[in-house]
Design a protein around this ligand. Structure first.
Ligand code: F6P
Length: 330
């Protein structure tokens, strides 16, 4: 979409937070200054745009936030923005503040909001950020690497005590309806089994038999990683107890995976994505999501981006099967 010269932009974070959102906010604010634009932070996501809840993001305001977890702009999921009236109010705020464009940092829900706003004539750019890595248009989403590393660190600690007590651990990781986080983490911790929503679970084959095989090959502690979308770790723990006669300890990692300082990968990716979102505005483009595809940054129109699907890389599952639970005894 071609548009008038952009002089002032807004930036917001919306939906579930993820480590690296602050790095993206900083990159947007600093790049805006680089291109002689002013930058306004909209607080509390789309709801903040409705309520005219903002903060000026000059150079000082984004100093020292590159490595901070969470989001200094706060985040929210807004029901009001889902209504026509709410969106009209949001457009009113853009007019009042003289915003020529908005950079929206978040996941699919954030981009659905961005699409609606762009249909009302407000130029928008999207930046994908979610620990779930479940955005179809982009290979990578800001926060995934940090969340993986947090989960890996927690599971390594769990493993120590599971090893001492010769126990079985069932760990539930986040991911909403996707298994990207669980599979990546499962490979990185050498899990006995990983359950993901993308693959139908055969409890006997995928869990019980793997624990047996591991035991028969000399292993005395077991690590089962469950994606939250694949079932409840508590229920899986109870089923293991019944089937194998061991008493697993269950841990739901939960929101701890969303916190903490972003990793180098997340800081760098967030900085690149934030930069390219603003550069697009500076060059007269809008209406797209900044994506990574094969390591390169691309712009994909929001409507198209929302229709794209990303599938779990099943070759990763095969690698896990081959390495974590070899069937050497068969
Ligand atoms: O999308 C990020 C995520 O952390 C999911 O993994 C999880 O299912 C969900 O958000 C939890 O949402 P809330 O923070 O509203 O509990």
């Amino acid at each position: 979409m071609m548009q008038k010269t952009i002089k002032r932009i807004g930036v917001l974070t919306s939906g579930g937070d993820s480590p690296g959102m602050n790095a993206a906010v900083r990159a947007v604010a600093r790049t805006a200054q680089h291109f002689n634009m002013e930058c306004i932070g909209i607080r509390r996501g789309w709801q903040g745009l409705i309520n005219s809840d903002f903060v000026i993001l000059d150079a000082a305001a984004v100093r020292h936030i590159l490595g901070l977890g969470g989001t200094i702009l706060y985040t929210a999921r807004s029901d009001e923005f889902m209504t026509e009236k709410g969106r009209e109010k949001a457009v009113g705020t853009c007019k009042m503040l003289g915003l020529d464009g908005i950079v929206a940092i978040g996941g699919d829900g954030t981009f659905r909001g961005a699409l609606e706003l762009s249909r009302l004539g407000v130029p928008v750019m999207g930046v994908p950020a979610t620990i779930d890595n479940d955005i179809g248009c982009s290979n990578y989403t800001i926060g995934f690497d940090s969340a993986c590393n947090t989960a890996i660190d927690c599971i390594d600690k769990l493993r120590d005590t599971m090893q001492s007590h010769e126990r079985c651990s069932v760990v539930e990781v986040m991911g909403r309806n996707a298994g990207f986080l669980a599979l990546y983490v499962g490979i990185a911790v050498g899990a006995t089994a990983v359950l993901v929503p993308e693959r139908e679970v055969d409890f006997e084959e995928d869990v019980v038999e793997r624990i047996r095989q591991a035991r028969l090959s000399g292993v005395t502690h077991f690590m089962i990683v469950v994606a939250e979308g694949a079932g409840s770790a508590i229920e899986i723990g109870a089923k293991i107890k019944e089937a194998v006669g061991i008493d697993p300890r269950v841990t739901v990692l939960g929101h701890i995976q969303r916190g903490g300082a972003p990793t180098g990968r997340d800081r760098e990716t967030a900085t690149r994505m934030g930069y390219y979102a603003v550069k697009a505005f500076a060059e007269g483009r809008s209406g797209s999501v900044i994506c990574t595809q094969d390591g390169k940054i691309t712009e994909i129109p929001i409507e198209e981006a929302l229709k794209m699907e990303k599938h779990l890389q099943m070759y990763r599952y095969e690698i896990l099967e081959a390495i974590s639970s070899p069937r050497g005894l068969k």
